[in-house]
Design a protein around this ligand. Structure first.
Ligand code: GCV
Length: 727
């Protein structure tokens, strides 16, 4: 009955256009040419072999896809005895074998995996389990949206990683830390929202790209969410997630046994604390039987943690993991543990070292259901960072990679930055200990499947999405990042270009011109953003003290946060070498350490992350550091401006509301790129005393003038309200 009511709630969810731009995102189900997909006729019947709630979702989705893309209302029947002509049959492998034993060819499917095949006039979507059935249906619908012929079909697919979660930094009051698309879809005024139709729609989107878990609250966790009355409300969110195979999880605060439970301590080795966690976790599972587990941020940025009692992250993770283990739950324990009161006078102090320094002695000490969650870079989701050396330091520990979909330091969805190419660089980095052995990439490490890391039992991806009520991510083109995150978590061998094209076709259709323009904008965007912000791996130069938006070059210096760029009149960059610097480079396996330690082999794009050099230092490109700063910033601002007419060429070819929203944001970005360019070129020219070879610096004497010139030079679309430097 409850399931039926939920289904009703979902099918009667508010009309798509009331959910704002970007909705329904890539599940647009635009009409296609049926003859191109089904040369022998469109299947007219959907047969659902099982009765699992996920199989019901699968058949409902097929019907939606048929209606939208093929303009056909299919007959939906359940059970194995249906009379068939042209049909799509969906079921688990066991159900398909019971239905037609002859279809069993011995290829077994793992949980979450699917197989799509055709036999005669019948298409079969077969899953290793009901979740696999649903994923298979979404995969079939992707083929149809891309107008692939399904005259022949036999393909199987399964996820590379078992953990494929998004994390949402939502607070009970409805705000979202580092969220740039309106308020929370889960919480309002201290409570779970009464209307969870958007939460349901989000679960559907997540499921369509293979995401199987979602942590609904901020890692800076609110303790009160674990109160019984709140757990009862959170269970409603879990119910709407369940229909799409998404397991709910919660961020927890390690001090809860004391702060909420009233104990004298939250020392993870105290038996009363362990008992408190066990009782609380049992209570959670009574409310949410398929609860996924917990996410823990501790001893970081003021959050309480085990260090207070002289205990380790392993002690803290394990005490919660032992409470979760009988229920099948997991702990994602964040490797983001660092001291934000570093002494900036100390030339050996280095925040980038913190991950390895805090965790390497704990390798092998975490329980099997603990996964250490590691930000892809050692600092904090900057526009350019090397991969975190922590991935190589925990060979006997389950690991997952943490990526940030919300664009905290990368333009907050007012700048277009397609992040998949950046993530791919991290995932493809080879961390092998010696060049003699086979490659050992980060994607292999987090998949937990390689021989060198045989003790892994689970691994995967967590992406900080922070979707809100405003078109999920605000900027319509930013949705490619959420889509890309899910697709990479499923198959990290997919290319950034293939993912962009897939997303574009599902979102905007198959018009070659639209595809070419959107793919170009997406694929060029990271390079453009990086060009007018932080050069050569120095950091983003973003204002880190304020809202992490816009230039704030000196804000990183002379404070305890450790995002120093160490710029003075003579030079710039952090010396992280083993020879003369902080020794950070020595945390990498030998081949990578050798590459970064030597100026001769350190790549230009990471130079200032690894080395301190004079402004006159010549890069591999032949330019000096200062000339590189000037040239890239002028190029980047021009390239940002050029995105506007490129997008304008799509007027009338994409939905009007999306066209206007993207245009507004690209125009803003073009103006803001000039602000960035001038702030940085002027600051570094003054600091270095080296003039631009082309004498471009001081074109715009100050930032205010730059803004106003930009405004008058480029008319805005009606209704534009974005202003540089504000949220
Ligand atoms: C949720 C950065 C962000 C913080 C965030 C933190 C983290 O420091 O600015 O808002 O806290 O990362 O990832 O925990």
């Amino acid at each position: 009955m409850l399931a039926a009511l939920l289904l009703l709630a979902i099918t009667t969810a508010p009309a798509q256009d009331s959910l704002g731009p970007g909705e329904p995102a890539w599940l647009a189900y635009r009409p296609v040419n049926p003859a191109a997909v089904f040369p022998n006729g469109v299947p007219d019947t959907v047969v659902v072999l099982g009765s699992d709630v996920l199989e019901n979702s699968a058949s409902r989705e097929l019907a939606l896809g048929w209606r939208g893309m093929l303009q056909y209302e299919p007959r939906v029947v359940t059970g194995a005895n249906a009379q068939l002509a042209r049909a799509v049959v969906v079921g688990t492998q066991a159900e398909v074998t019971t239905w037609r034993a002859s279809l069993n060819d011995g290829k077994s499917l793992a949980p979450d995996s699917y197989r799509l095949r055709r036999t005669g006039d019948i298409l079969i979507v077969e899953g290793g389990d009901p979740r696999g059935v649903l994923y298979g249906v979404f995969a079939l619908l992707r083929r149809i949206a891309e107008e692939h012929s399904l005259a022949t079909l036999d393909e199987s697919s399964g996820p590379a990683d078992s953990i494929r979660w998004t994390n949402e930094w939502d607070n009970p009051n409805g705000t979202i830390e580092r969220g740039y698309a309106g308020p929370s879809i889960f919480f309002k005024d201290g409570k779970v929202r009464a209307d969870l139709s958007r939460a349901a729609a989000y679960a559907r989107l997540l499921s369509s790209i293979g995401i199987n878990g979602c942590t609904i609250n901020n890692v800076n966790a609110n303790i009160g969410l674990l109160k019984p009355e709140n757990l009862a409300d959170i269970a409603h969110i879990a119910s709407v997630f369940r229909v799409y195979g998404v397991r709910l999880s919660l961020s927890i605060d390690m001090s809860s046994p004391q702060a909420l439970g009233g104990l004298k301590t939250f020392d993870p080795l105290d038996p009363e604390v362990a008992a408190w966690w066990k009782s609380k976790v049992d209570e959670i599972y009574r409310a949410i039987p398929d609860f996924g587990g917990v996410l823990i941020k501790a001893d970081s940025e003021g959050r309480p943690g085990p260090l207070q009692y002289g205990r380790t992250p392993a002690h803290a993770a394990n005490v919660v993991a032992r409470a979760l283990q009988p229920h099948g739950g997991i702990v994602l324990y964040r490797g983001f543990v660092y001291n934000n009161h570093l002494d900036w006078h100390d030339m050996k102090a280095d925040r980038a070292r913190a991950g390895v320094d805090n965790f390497h002695t704990l390798d092998g000490k975490f329980d099997d259901n603990v996964i250490v969650l590691i930000k892809h870079g050692p600092i904090d989701f900057q526009a350019r960072e090397p991969v975190s050396p922590l991935f190589a330091a925990l060979p006997h520990t389950n690991q997952a990679i943490e990526l940030q979909i919300t664009q905290e330091y990368t333009g907050q969805q007012r700048h277009l930055v397609y992040l998949v190419p950046m993530w791919k660089e991290a995932l493809d980095t080879d961390m092998r200990a010696s060049l003699a052995g086979p490659p050992l990439t980060v994607k292999q490490i987090v998949s937990g499947r390689n021989i060198a890391h045989e003790h892994h039992t689970a691994g995967g991806f967590a992406g900080v999405a922070n979707v809100g009520t405003d078109g999920w991510l605000g900027h319509p083109l930013a949705l490619a990042n959420l889509y890309g995150f899910g697709r990479l978590a499923w198959d990290s061998n997919l290319t950034a270009a293939a993912i962009s094209d897939e997303w574009t076709r599902l979102t905007f259709g198959n018009d070659p011109e639209v595809r070419a323009v959107v793919n170009k904008l997406e694929l060029d965007s990271w390079h453009i953003y990086e060009s007018y912000t932080g050069p050569l791996g120095v950091g983003t130069l973003t204002d880190i003290i304020g809202i992490h938006f816009g230039p704030g070059i000196e804000s990183a210096e002379r404070n305890g946060w450790g995002q120093w760029i160490r710029a003075d009149n003579n030079g710039i960059g952090m010396d992280r070498t083993v020879a003369t610097g902080t020794g950070y480079i020595g945390q990498y396996p030998a081949p990578l350490a050798a590459k970064y330690e030597s100026l001769a082999t350190c790549p230009d794009e990471l130079l200032l992350f690894m080395h301190h050099v004079p402004y006159s230092y010549r890069l591999h490109s032949g330019k000096t550091v200062m000339q590189h700063i000037d040239d890239t910033h002028y190029w980047g601002a021009d390239a940002a401006a050029a995105q506007v007419p490129i997008w304008e060429s799509l007027h009338g070819k994409v939905p009007d509301a999306t066209y206007a929203e993207v245009l507004k944001r690209l125009q803003f970005q073009a103006g803001h790129a000039v602000v960035w360019r001038d702030a940085i070129t002027q600051w570094f020219t003054k600091m270095s005393g080296l003039p631009d070879a082309e004498n471009r610096v001081d074109h715009y004497p100050n930032r205010i003038e730059a803004e106003s010139m930009q405004r008058s030079a480029r008319p805005r679309s009606p209704g534009t309200s974005l202003t540089a430097g504000t949220t």
